[in-house]
Design a protein around this ligand. Structure first.
Ligand code: ZN
Length: 136
């Protein structure tokens, strides 16, 4: 069932349920839908509130971008788990091969890294690689 917001020629708005999206066109064509306020059968779909559409498309876009970033990290970076701070430091000082890594660090560890000039980036949940947490 689909609920449409409908509108007659005189801008009366009313809601109606249809079994299928094509049912509206079919019934409206044959003059089977009448405005409950004035009986007008020239009915069209009322535009939906724009803010609903916008927020939905923004959410989808963010999800897609997040998904892409997450895959990129999974593909190109090594999960070093709780060794993140040590490994980041080792790479920074040339004690370990340079590569992309991700893992867990405490806020304190991240601050210490920052003080040493090592930039880290906190990953939002949506772009944190899944099922790849290193278990100790
Ligand atoms: Zn009407």
């Amino acid at each position: 069932m689909i609920k449409y917001m409908l509108k007659c020629c005189q801008d009366h708005e009313f809601e109606a349920w249809f079994g299928h999206s094509s049912d509206f066109d079919d019934q409206a064509c044959r003059g089977l839908i009448a405005c409950p306020h004035c009986g007008d059968v020239h009915i069209e779909k009322a535009p939906m509130a724009p803010h609903i559409r916008t927020s939905k498309s923004n959410t989808r876009k963010f999800d897609e971008i997040a998904e892409e970033m997450r895959r990129d990290i999974e593909k190109n970076c090594e999960n070093v788990g709780d060794d993140f701070a040590d490994t980041a430091r080792a790479i920074h000082y040339g004690d370990a091969p340079e590569r992309g890594i991700y893992g867990q660090a405490t806020i304190r560890q991240a601050q210490e890294l920052a003080e040493e000039g090592i930039e880290t980036l906190a990953l939002p949940d949506a772009i944190t690689p899944r099922n790849k947490t290193k278990l100790n």
